[in-house]
Design a protein. Structure first.
Length: 82
């Protein structure tokens, strides 16, 4: 495996993918370090997820799964009668 030479912050990935940063933060909680995500700590308690290129690809797959689940849930809803 090649060494990791760069990471992308959550804010950058959200911009790259055209997704809401808060929503991505919620769904990236499903990921593990071996999926290409790590936590980067700043001053105080500041922490942000950061992704390898592999992590971004995994996040794209999770986004797709969430979108499919949302569509499936909507199609399974039955209209309420009067």
């Amino acid at each position: 495996m090649a060494a990791i030479t760069h990471l992308h912050t959550l804010a950058r990935v959200a911009e790259m993918l055209g997704e809401d940063e808060d929503w991505l933060h919620d769904i990236c909680l499903e990921m593990e370090p071996e999926d290409g995500i790590i936590s980067v700590y700043g001053l105080g308690d500041d922490c942000t997820p950061a992704f390898t290129d592999f992590g971004i690809e995994n996040l794209r797959q999770i986004i797709e799964i969430h979108r499919e689940n949302e569509q499936s849930a909507r199609s399974n809803e039955t209209p309420q009668g009067p």
